[in-house]
Design a protein around this ligand. Sequence first.
Ligand SMILES: Nc1ncnc2c1ncn2[C@@H]1O[C@H](COP(=O)(O)OP(=O)(O)O)[C@@H](O)[C@H]1O
Ligand SMILES: [Mg+2]
Length: 463
Amino acid sequence: MVYKRRVPRFLSSRPDSRLIPLPWELPLAEWPTDYLVALPRGISRHVVRFIKVGNSVYAAKEVIESLAIHEYRTLTDLHRTDTPAVEPLAVVTGRVGLDGEPLDPVLITRHLQFSLPYRSLFAQGVRPETVGRLLDAMVVLLARLHLVGFLWGDVSLSNILFRRDANEFAAYLVDAETAEMHETLTDGQREHDLTIAITNLYGEFSDLEAGRMLDESLDPLKLVESIITRYRELWAELTGAEEFSEQEVFRIENRVRRLNALGFDVAELSIETSPDGSSIRIQPKVVDAGHHTRRLLRLTGLDVEEHQARRLLNDLDTFRVRTSQGSVDEPVVAHQWLTECFQPVVTAVPPELRGKREAAQIYHEVLDYRWYASQRENREVPLLEATWGYIADVLRALPDEDLTDATRVGGDERQLANPYDPSQGFVDDEGPMPEDPWETAEDDEPASPPGFLDIDALRARKR
Ligand SMILES: Nc1ncnc2c1ncn2[C@@H]1O[C@H](COP(=O)(O)OP(=O)(O)O)[C@@H](O)[C@H]1O
Ligand SMILES: [Mg+2]
């Protein structure tokens, strides 16, 4: 009899051949640490590990076949619609252990760089205003998912990853196991997701409260209620019909501007006039997120988060005024801005500090730093001088977000029981957590802007 060694099968649209020689015959929990990277991670039901292949880092999750394939396909759908979610790479099936017993398949996604699970954020101490921004980011994610017909089924903080986005946060979906993609969602389906969100988020905020990680001024129930209210307001703004008299045609323009301010473009707006022409009814039919991101990408080729893009575009406008190029073509000025402002700042950052923040985030923080320095010193601080100050005063002191060194995970003082699996907790469950000076800094500076999802304020302003 001839024995054939059973080899695993790879389901993937963009296969990475470096995955093939990995020890698929071992359960993920038993993989030698040479293959692993310790990075901040949320709590999970399944065994999840970050694996290192060359310079790439992937997340691997061991899960039964039907779920692995379902999740792979759903994430692929999301990727196609440009919705913020982790990027699926492959499903490895047909695994057989050394004892000849079958092993569960592994779903592989690309590690979302610079992302933080909510527990890592809260463990550092989070100001109440920051919590408001995290809620806004979640609400935008949920609305974006619903706009493309995605019924999540498992809305929870553990299934979301956050990235810094200028002064705000961007939320990404990480777990699509229970999700379903539809043509469009009914109100009932959206309500279903909201009901699940209420239960899960209330539990998670209560856990944070019990672990003294939630600011005392915040109440889990109020937080959850505010998420639901914000979601409903945003949804109404994105999709609701508006009726007005023929004298108020300007309200069409107002609506589009409000949507732009929220970061959305109107791809299709239905405009109906009553038979006698006295009233007009408008309703956005197709809205796409990423208004500022797309504009910046078109002008400069930089692909960044929405609020970062907004900030960079403002800086580009300022540059245009400062260099008196009001009548010069925008793409020409954009190119100059890129080579004279953006790139010099980014290249001034020493390579060993680049793992701390994304380039666009660094640029945004340098602009903030320069503004405060100029106010303080009552002079116009040049961009590069501000960059050096920022590197020395801020960046050097920040903890790494893009950790690649296993020993630093969990901060300098605390040791994870298993650095590759934060679900197992700390060796001693006491002691300080690492601090993010950016977050814990004394608030002697001008008040931060209100959450951007303040739709009432937006309406008041644009009318
Ligand atoms: N591609 C990824 N990039 C970054 N973190 C990830 C990625 N995939 C998973 N994670 C981390 O692993 C955790 C668990 O993953 P998840 O898919 O939610 O597993 P489970 O189905 O067991 O809940 C997430 O909360 C997240 O912190
Ligand atoms: Mg999960």
